[in-house]
Write a protein that binds this ligand. Sequence first.
Ligand SMILES: *[C@@H]1O[C@H](CO)[C@@H](O)[C@H](O)[C@H]1NC(C)=O
Ligand SMILES: *[C@@H]1O[C@H](CO)[C@@H](O)[C@H](O)[C@H]1NC(C)=O
Ligand SMILES: *[C@@H]1O[C@H](CO)[C@@H](O)[C@H](O)[C@H]1NC(C)=O
Ligand SMILES: *[C@@H]1O[C@H](CO)[C@@H](O)[C@H](O)[C@H]1NC(C)=O
Ligand SMILES: *[C@@H]1O[C@H](CO)[C@@H](O)[C@H](O)[C@H]1NC(C)=O
Ligand SMILES: *[C@@H]1O[C@H](CO)[C@@H](O)[C@H](O)[C@H]1NC(C)=O
Ligand SMILES: *[C@@H]1O[C@H](CO)[C@@H](O)[C@H](O)[C@H]1NC(C)=O
Ligand SMILES: *[C@@H]1O[C@H](CO)[C@@H](O)[C@H](O)[C@H]1NC(C)=O
Ligand SMILES: *[C@@H]1O[C@H](CO)[C@@H](O)[C@H](O)[C@H]1NC(C)=O
Ligand SMILES: *[C@@H]1O[C@H](CO)[C@@H](O)[C@H](O)[C@H]1NC(C)=O
Ligand SMILES: *[C@@H]1O[C@H](CO)[C@@H](O)[C@H](O)[C@H]1NC(C)=O
Ligand SMILES: *[C@@H]1O[C@H](CO)[C@@H](O)[C@H](O)[C@H]1NC(C)=O
Length: 696
Amino acid sequence: MAVGCSIMAVVPLLAQYTLAQAGYGAGGASIPGASSYVAPAGYPTSAFSSYYPVPSGQEPQPALYDPVLNITYPLNLTNPDTLPDNDPDPVYYPQPIANLATTAQQAVINSVLQQVSEIINGSSIQGNCSKCIAALSVAKSAAQLAPSLVPDAMVALCTSSGFHSASTCAVDFEASTFGAIWTQVLGLADVSGLDGQYICNSLSSTFCPAPGVSPLHTTGLFPKPKPANATKPAASGMTVKVLHMSDFHLDPRYKVGSEGNCTAGLCCRSNALNTALPAGQVSYPAPLYGAFECDTPYDLGLAALQAVGPLTGTSKENPLGWTVYTGDLVSHESQNELSRLYAEYAEDSIYGMFKTYLTGPVFPVLGNHDTNPEAIDAPHSLPGPLGMQMSWNYDHVAGLWQREGWLNSTAAGQARLHYGAYSVKNHYGLRVITFNTDFWYRSNFLNFINASNPDVSGTFAFLIQELQAAEDAGERVWLLGHVLSGWDGSNPLPNPTNLFYQIVDRYSPHVIANIFFGHTHEDQVMIYYANNGTNQSLSTALNTGWIGPSVTPLTNLNSGFRLYEVDTGSFDIYEAYTFYANVSSFPSLANTSSGPTFNFEYSTRETYGPAAKWPATAPLNATFWHAVTEAMEADQGQLVSTFNTLQGKMSIKTPNCTCEACVEAKVCYMRSGSVALGRECAQGWGSVQSPFKGKC
Ligand SMILES: *[C@@H]1O[C@H](CO)[C@@H](O)[C@H](O)[C@H]1NC(C)=O
Ligand SMILES: *[C@@H]1O[C@H](CO)[C@@H](O)[C@H](O)[C@H]1NC(C)=O
Ligand SMILES: *[C@@H]1O[C@H](CO)[C@@H](O)[C@H](O)[C@H]1NC(C)=O
Ligand SMILES: *[C@@H]1O[C@H](CO)[C@@H](O)[C@H](O)[C@H]1NC(C)=O
Ligand SMILES: *[C@@H]1O[C@H](CO)[C@@H](O)[C@H](O)[C@H]1NC(C)=O
Ligand SMILES: *[C@@H]1O[C@H](CO)[C@@H](O)[C@H](O)[C@H]1NC(C)=O
Ligand SMILES: *[C@@H]1O[C@H](CO)[C@@H](O)[C@H](O)[C@H]1NC(C)=O
Ligand SMILES: *[C@@H]1O[C@H](CO)[C@@H](O)[C@H](O)[C@H]1NC(C)=O
Ligand SMILES: *[C@@H]1O[C@H](CO)[C@@H](O)[C@H](O)[C@H]1NC(C)=O
Ligand SMILES: *[C@@H]1O[C@H](CO)[C@@H](O)[C@H](O)[C@H]1NC(C)=O
Ligand SMILES: *[C@@H]1O[C@H](CO)[C@@H](O)[C@H](O)[C@H]1NC(C)=O
Ligand SMILES: *[C@@H]1O[C@H](CO)[C@@H](O)[C@H](O)[C@H]1NC(C)=O
C-alpha cells in the first residue's frame, strides 16, 4: 500500500488575495471574484494523502494509489533522476499474410531495402512524391511478410537516406516508439492511392503536398433533415459558473535547478541541456513554479487549482456548476520516455487533484498526449487485436471518471466503447457530448488507413446519433473535444473536419449551443457558419468554438484558465472571464516566501462588446463573434492586436501582430472552423509561441 511520509517543510498555508471592491476590478470591469490570488509558498501538503521522500527543494512526489489499476505508482516512474529510455509496453503488428521462417523474413527485408534504395537514389522515378509512393509500395510487402522486422529496417533506412535528421530516426521509428504503428499503416493502407499521399506528406512535407478535401457523400448522412422551424430552449435568465481548464501537462519529473533554457526537447529535466554552454553549466536554473519551455510542475498546478475558487468567486458553499476539461494531462515527453503507466499516472493524479480542488463535476476529454504512443488511437475496424490496442486507456479513464462521481455507469460504458467519448445529460439539463479528436489529428498515423473515409472510427456516427436524440428530446448540447477543427488548418486532417463542419451546420444553433477545444495552449476562438462557410456574415454565423488557454506555460506562454457565466435554460454563454499567471514574474529560487500570483486577465464582453456594438443583454454567441471580427476589420488592427496579446495570455514572449497581413490572417483564422477554410487563409500567423513565420 501507499508508503512514504509527509515530510514537507512547514509552509505558510494562509492564502492571500485582494478582494475586488464591490465586484469591480481595475478599469471598472465587472469581475467574478478576487482580482488576484497569491498562492502560498510550496504547495498544500493536504493535496495528497501520502508522499515519497524527496531531496530538499525538489517538487513533491505523491505516493499515488490508482483505484482502477489497484496499484501504487512506484517512485522511480516519476523520479526526476531516473528517466527511462525505452517503453516497456507491448507492441502490435498486422497479422503476416504468410508464415515465413526468420531467415526468409530477413531476406524479404534485405530485398525491400535494396529496392527502396534504388528508387531513392536511382533516376528511373522522378520527383520526391512519386519516389516516396513507389518506395511505400515496395515496403508494403515487408509489412505483410515480416512485420516485426520492419521497425529496425525503417530506422536503418532513415539513417542511410537522411529523410529525417539522424538523431530522431530511433525515436521516430523504433518498434517501441512509432515503428510498430507505422508497420500497421504500411501493411493496411492503400499506399499507392490517397493513403500514400497522406503518409508521404507526413514523413516529410518535401515528399508529397498535403492532400485536399475528398468528396463527401452527404446523402443519407443525417437521419432527418434540419427542421425549418427549429427553436432552441428559452433562456432562464439565471446563470451558473462553469470552468474551462485545458492542457495541464503535469510534469512529475520536473527537476528544480536543472536547465530551464535548453536547446532541444522538454526543459527543466535532469537530462535537459543547453548545447551553447560547456557541459555541466546551466544557463537558467528551473525555478519551483515553472518556466516558458517547461511543463507544469506540481507546485504550479496546485497553485492554479487553489486560485480557481478565489478568482471565480466559487467555493464549497457556492460551487462551480461544472468544469469542462478539454484534454492533455501528460507532459511533452520524448516518446522513448513514455509508457502506459506514465500516462495512467497523470490521469490518476490530475483527476484526483480536480476532485479535491474543483467544486462540481468535471467533464473531461482525452487529448493527444493522453495515450501511448502519443496521439495514437486505433479505430475498431482494424483487424484482430489491432482494433482494441488502445482499450487499456479507455477502460482506465472511464473507471476513474466513474469513481470520481463525474459519470454514471452508463456513460462510463459509453466511454469504454467510444474511445473515451460519452454523452450525458448533466444536473442542469445540458447534454454534454465529447469525442476523441485523435481521429482527425495529423499525428495519429493510423488515420492514414482509408484516409478518404472521414469516419473510419465511427466517432462521428456516434456524434450524429447523440445529436439527433438531443434534437428529438429538445435538449441543448455542448460539444467537447481537444484538437481544434480549424483556425489555420495546421493541426487536423481535412476530411474529418469537413464532415464535422456539416454536422455543426445541421444541428446549430438550435441543438448545439457551444463547442470547446484546447490543444494549442492559446486563447483562441473560431466561428462556424451555415452553407459550409461559403457566405460568412452576421446572419450565417451558427456556432462558436472556444479554445481554452493552457495551464502549462509551454511554450513561451503564461499559465491560465477561463470561467463562463452560462444561462441554465439556453446554455448560451453570457460572460467569459480569463485568468492568467505571469510566468516571467514567478518567484525566483531564492524567494521562498510566496508562490505564483494568478490574476484576472479580461472579460470577453468588456473587451470586445463595445466595438462589436453588442447589446448588454445578448449572449456571447457566434453572431457576437462575427460582429467582433467585423469590428476588427474596421479599426486598423487595434482590436486584433488586443486579441493577439490575449492569445498568448499577456506573455512577454508573444510577438506583436501589427501589420495588415497579420491582422487579415487572424480574422480569417477566427472565421475558419475546418481545415479547408483555414488553409485558404494566409499562413504563418497562427501561433504566438515563436516569432511569426508570416511576412509583413
Ligand atoms: C489489490 O491488490 C492487492 C495486492 O496488491 C490485493 O491483495 C487485493 O486483493 C487487490 N484488490 C482488488 C480489488 O483486486
Ligand atoms: C523502476 O523499478 C522497477 C522495479 O524495480 C524496474 O522494473 C523499472 O525498470 C524501474 N524503472 C525505472 C525508470 O528506473
Ligand atoms: C544513396 O547513395 C548515397 C551515395 O552513394 C549513399 O550514401 C546513400 O546511403 C544511398 N541512400 C540509400 C537510401 O541507399
Ligand atoms: C526532396 O527530398 C529531399 C530530402 O530527401 C530534400 O532535400 C529536397 O529538398 C526535396 N525536394 C523537393 C523538390 O522538395
Ligand atoms: C414545425 O414544423 C413541423 C412540420 O414541419 C410541425 O409538425 C411542427 O408542429 C412545427 N413546430 C413548431 C413549433 O412550429
Ligand atoms: C538561453 O540560451 C541561449 C543560448 O542557447 C542564450 O542565448 C539565452 O540568453 C539564454 N536565455 C536565458 C534566459 O538564459
Ligand atoms: C478500409 O477500407 C477497406 C475497404 O473498404 C475495408 O475493407 C477495411 O476494413 C478498412 N479499414 C479500416 C481500418 O477501416
Ligand atoms: C446515467 O445518466 C443518464 C443521463 O445522462 C441516464 O439516462 C442513465 O439512465 C443513467 N444511468 C444510470 C445507470 O443511472
Ligand atoms: C451572404 O449573406 C448576406 C446576409 O444574409 C446576404 O446579404 C448576401 O447576399 C449573401 N451573399 C451571398 C454571395 O450569398
Ligand atoms: C445570438 O444572439 C442574438 C441575440 O439574442 C440573436 O439575435 C442571434 O440569432 C444569436 N445567434 C445565434 C447563432 O444563435
Ligand atoms: C510588442 O510591442 C510592445 C509595444 O511596442 C513592446 O513593448 C513589446 O516588446 C513587443 N513585443 C515583442 C515580443 O516584440
Ligand atoms: C466545404 O468547403 C470546402 C472549401 O472550403 C470544400 O473543400 C468542401 O468540399 C466543402 N464541403 C462540402 C460538404 O461541400
